[in-house]
Design a protein around this ligand. Structure first.
Ligand SMILES: [Zn+2]
Ligand SMILES: [Zn+2]
Length: 174
């Protein structure tokens, strides 16, 4: 059974919403990880899938605004937001390498869903691999469907959290 974790302090969570956790053996989470492999963001690749009636309707990875491989590598090492210790989710505009919410996997998956299905009649759930919380613009977008539950990988608050010393950032696929 997916569980939540009341001890995690998310930088943002809408009123009345909670995040649930599943292991990588969950087929939708496993798919979200595969989708993340298609990301061109080398530091924080993410993958999101939206499931309705047991079927995956939309899936998307995040995108970095940088297309030059050299700049991407440079950004993985020297992100301006990281250097100034800007909290996750804030001031994307100060770093040209940081993607704004329109490039986030969750946001892009909802946009894709909305292009495919105009009227949503059954509950939708979103599975996100590669990050440990969702920013406000992404939640706002997800609530348009609306997404009923957001599922993250168990341990995401450690594995994908740059503030946690045991994170996996830079070696997510190793
Ligand atoms: Zn950056
Ligand atoms: Zn976001």
């Amino acid at each position: 059974m997916p569980s939540n974790n009341k001890n995690i302090k998310y930088p943002y969570l809408p009123e009345g919403k909670d995040i649930l956790y599943v292991p990588i053996s969950d087929k939708y989470m496993a798919r979200a990880k595969e989708v993340a492999r298609g990301s061109n963001d080398q530091s924080i690749p993410t993958g999101a899938v939206i499931v309705s009636d047991g079927k995956i309707i939309a899936e998307a990875s995040n995108k970095t605004p940088l297309s030059n491989p050299f700049l991407k590598k440079l950004h993985a090492k020297y992100c301006i937001r990281r250097m100034f210790k800007i909290p996750s989710g804030q001031k994307y505009w100060i770093c040209p390498g940081c993607a704004s919410h329109e490039n986030h996997g969750e946001y892009r998956a909802v946009v894709m869903f909305q292009k495919k299905i105009k009227e949503v009649n059954s509950p939708c759930d979103l599975y996100l691999w590669g990050h440990w919380w969702c920013c406000k613009p992404c939640w706002d977008k997800m609530l348009e469907l609306p997404v009923r539950n957001v599922y993250l990988l168990e341990g995401s608050e450690i594995l994908f959290n740059s503030n946690n010393p045991d994170n996996l950032i830079g070696k997510q696929f190793k």
